[in-house]
Design a protein around this ligand. Sequence first.
Ligand SMILES: *[C@@H]1O[C@H](CO)[C@@H](O)[C@H](O)[C@H]1NC(C)=O
Ligand SMILES: *[C@@H]1O[C@H](CO)[C@@H](O)[C@H](O)[C@H]1NC(C)=O
Ligand SMILES: *[C@@H]1O[C@H](CO)[C@@H](O)[C@H](O)[C@H]1NC(C)=O
Ligand SMILES: *[C@@H]1O[C@H](CO)[C@@H](O)[C@H](O)[C@H]1NC(C)=O
Ligand SMILES: *[C@@H]1O[C@H](CO)[C@@H](O)[C@H](O)[C@H]1NC(C)=O
Ligand SMILES: *[C@@H]1O[C@H](CO)[C@@H](O)[C@H](O)[C@H]1NC(C)=O
Ligand SMILES: *[C@@H]1O[C@H](CO)[C@@H](O)[C@H](O)[C@H]1NC(C)=O
Ligand SMILES: *[C@@H]1O[C@H](CO)[C@@H](O)[C@H](O)[C@H]1NC(C)=O
Length: 739
Amino acid sequence: MITLLLAVLLGAATNSASASTSPYFQPNSTGIRLQNGFERVLIQPYGNHAFRVRASLMRDPSGKELSALLDPPIEGPGGGQGAAHDVKVPFMGSATIRNGDLVADILHGVISFFRVEQNGSRTLLISEYTDTKALQARYYRQDFRAASFEAQFSFTSTPDEQFYGVGQQACCKDHSVNKKGQVIDFVNFNSNVRLPVYMSNKGYLHFFNMPSQGQIEFSPIRTRFVASEANVVDYWITTALPGDYDSLQQQYTAVTGRQPTPPDFLLGYQQSKLRYYNQSQVIDLAQRFHDEQVNVSLIVIDFFNWKFQGDWSFDPEFWPDPQSMVNEVKRLTGAELMVSLWPSVEDLSVNYNTLQEEGLLATARDGPGVQDSFEGVYTRLIDSTNPAAREFLWRQLNESYFSKGIHNFWIDQADGGTLGEPFENNGQNISAIPYPRSFAQYFIGTQEGTGKMYPWFHQQAIDEGLQNLTENSNTGPTPASCQFMSLTRSTFAGGQRFCSYLWSGDTDSRFDVLLQQITSGVSVAASGISAWTLDIGGFAGMDIDTDSGRELFVRWFSMGVFLPISGIDRTRTCSLARSSSPPHANPCPNEPWSYGDANFAIIKNYISLRYQLIPYVKQLFEMLQDTGRTIMRPLYYDFTLSDENVVNGTAVNDPLIVHEFMFGPRILVAPVGTEGALVQEVYLPRLTSEMIEEGLSWTHWWTDTPMGEGGRRIVVDAPLDQIPVFYLGNKADIFEGAI
Ligand SMILES: *[C@@H]1O[C@H](CO)[C@@H](O)[C@H](O)[C@H]1NC(C)=O
Ligand SMILES: *[C@@H]1O[C@H](CO)[C@@H](O)[C@H](O)[C@H]1NC(C)=O
Ligand SMILES: *[C@@H]1O[C@H](CO)[C@@H](O)[C@H](O)[C@H]1NC(C)=O
Ligand SMILES: *[C@@H]1O[C@H](CO)[C@@H](O)[C@H](O)[C@H]1NC(C)=O
Ligand SMILES: *[C@@H]1O[C@H](CO)[C@@H](O)[C@H](O)[C@H]1NC(C)=O
Ligand SMILES: *[C@@H]1O[C@H](CO)[C@@H](O)[C@H](O)[C@H]1NC(C)=O
Ligand SMILES: *[C@@H]1O[C@H](CO)[C@@H](O)[C@H](O)[C@H]1NC(C)=O
Ligand SMILES: *[C@@H]1O[C@H](CO)[C@@H](O)[C@H](O)[C@H]1NC(C)=O
C-alpha cells in the first residue's frame, strides 16, 4: 500500500487544476494549502496514516525551522517535499485529503481529522475547537519587535476521553497515567521532562513538533496547546484502531526515530553513588565486587570529578591515572565506566576564555550572560545547540575520558535555562528566587522559543562524538545499535534516536515515590522514550542506618530488576561524619553489601535474576528498534480490548491499575510501595481472546502457581525477596528471550 500511495503521489501534481476547487474527497494529494489572509496552513501526508500540519504568519515555513521529525520518515510517504501541495483553499474554503486511514477535512476553514474504518465509514478524532462567539481555534499573538509569536491551538475533546504520555511528570505528587483534566507545563526542570506528544484512547497520537516552552490544557471539552514563542506551528497526527497503541508508537517512531539497541553491558547491573571521589575508591569498589562475586556491568563516577565546572576533565589531585583505573576495573569485574558531565562553566575553568571568545556559551538577553549559580559561583552554560560548541565539548571529553577508556557519559543538570535551585553565594543562602528562569539565548533561539530542545543537543553531541570515534555499520538515518551510551536527565521528542537513555532525575526517597515513578516511567514510554531508568532508593533522603531506609532500598531495588535499564543508586545519609572537602564527599556507603547481611543476600539474588533476564531484555530492545514497541507498558496497552476494569481504572488513575506495569509482553510487575507490607493486593488483567487462544495464562513468578486468565484482584505474599511478579507462558522461554 505504501508503494502504491507513493506512485500515485508522484502523478498527483498534474491533477492540481481540478483539485484546487474540488470539495470532494481527495485521496492521493501531496498536500493542501489553506491561505487565510496573512495566515497559511499546510497539510501534508507524513509517515503512515498521518499528516504534518504547519501554520505560519506572513511567510511560508522555510523548512529550516527546528524539527524533531526525520525527513524523510523511516516508514510511510512524505518528507523531502518542502511546501509541496496540489490543492489550494481560500479563506472559509473546504477540501479533503487522505493518507492511509487518516483523513484531514477542511470545512469552511475549520480542520477536522477522521479515521477511515474498515467498513469505509469515518470516525471523528478531533476537530479544531471554536464556537460562535469564541476565540479562533488557531490563535496568534505577535510581539511588535519580533517575527515570532505566541500561538494557541485548540481542539475538541469529550469529557470521557483519556490522554496518555506527555513525557515524564515531575517527582513527586502526580500519580497519573490518564492526563485528562491536567495542565501540563512545558518547562524542563530536573525530573520534569514534559514532551508535547500524547495518545488518546480514541485511537490517535498528536505531536507538537515544537521546542518552545508553553503548556497543554486537557480540559473537559477542549484541548489547548500553547507555545510561548514560535515562528511556525508544526504538529503531526496519526491514527490506529482504538486500543492499538503499538501501531501508534510504530507510526510515531517512524517519523521521530527508533531507539538503537544498547550494548549488552547496559542491560546488566549498574553501580553508582553520590559520590566516589577518588580513583582508589573506584578500584576498591571493583575489588569488592570481584571478591563478593557479584556481577557489575557499569560503574558510574558522579559530578565534581572535575576541579572547576566546565573543565570536562578529572581533577588530577584525586584522579591521577584514569587509564590504570579503567584497566583495573576491567580486570577485576569486566565493567565499563561512565562519567558525569555538567553543562555549566565557571570563570576559573580552563575552557572559559576560549568558550567566551569563540561565542560558544549561552548568554542572556540582558546583563553579563550569567545563567545560573552552583556551589558559590556564577555559571554560564555551554551552548550545545551550536555545532561548534558540540565539537568543542566532544574534543574535551575525548581527550579527558574517552581516549583513556571511559566511554559512557552522564549528561546531568543540562535541562537548559536557569534551574532556579537554591544555592549559596558568598555565604548567603538564596532559595526560591522569584525569577527562576533566565532569558537565556542560544545559537538556535531563545529559551522560550527553543529551550525545550537544549538537552536534546547535548545528547546529539555525545551521540555524534561516539559515532565519529567508533566503528559502526549503521547505515540508516540514525544508528541501529550502540557500542556505548549516554545517560541523560532530560530530552525532547525524538531523543530515542540517540545512543542515550533517560533517568527520572532527583526523586525523594519515599515509599509513595517508588510507586509514583511507575506512572512517570509508563508516561514517558508512551511518549516514545523506552530506554528509561531511575535512582534506586530515590535520589535523596534515605538514611541507610534505619530499618525503614533499608527496606525502601530493597523494595526499590527489586523494581529495578524489571526496568528497561536496571537503575542507579544515589545520595545516602548515615551516621558517618561528612567532610567539606572534596565537595560532596559523602562517606555513606551505597553498595549491595551496605544494607545488612540479610538484605545483601536478597540483593545478590535480584542482581543474579537481572542477568538471567538479559536475553529477554535484549529481545525487548530489538523489538523496540524494529517497530517502536514500548518496553515498559502501562496496562491499557495490552488489556484495553479485553478488560473494562483496566479502562475504567486508568480513567480515574486507580492506584491498583496505574501502579502496575508490563515489562515487555510477558511479565506483569506490581511493586510494593507500603512500608512493612507482608502481602500485596494485585490486579491481574483479563487476557485477550488471542492470548487465551495462544494458550497463555498468568503464573506467579516465585511459586509457579497458575493464576488463570485474569480479570480479578488477588492477594499475594510479598516478602522482601519476592517482588510481586507474574508471567505469561513458560518461564524457561522467557529466560531464553522469547517475547
Ligand atoms: C489513492 O491511494 C489509495 C491508498 O491510500 C488507493 O487505494 C487508491 O486506489 C488511490 N486512489 C486513486 C484515485 O488513485
Ligand atoms: C462501521 O464501523 C464502525 C467502527 O467499527 C462502526 O462504529 C460503524 O457502526 C460501522 N458502520 C456500519 C454502517 O456498519
Ligand atoms: C581516597 O579516599 C579514601 C577515603 O575513602 C582515602 O582513604 C584515600 O587516601 C583517598 N585516595 C586518594 C588517592 O586520594
Ligand atoms: C563528527 O564528525 C563530523 C564530520 O567530521 C563533524 O562535523 C562533527 O562536528 C563531529 N562531531 C563531534 C561532536 O565532534
Ligand atoms: C581523541 O583523542 C585521541 C587521543 O588524544 C586523539 O588521538 C584523537 O585524535 C581524538 N579524536 C578526536 C575526534 O578528537
Ligand atoms: C545556608 O544553608 C546551609 C545549609 O542549609 C547552612 O549550613 C548554612 O549555615 C547557611 N548559611 C547561612 C549564611 O545562612
Ligand atoms: C554473572 O554474569 C554472567 C554473564 O555475564 C552470567 O553468566 C552469570 O551467571 C552471572 N552470575 C550471577 C551470580 O548472576
Ligand atoms: C466501566 O465504566 C463504564 C462507564 O462508566 C460502565 O458502564 C461499566 O459498567 C464499567 N465497567 C466495569 C467493569 O466497572
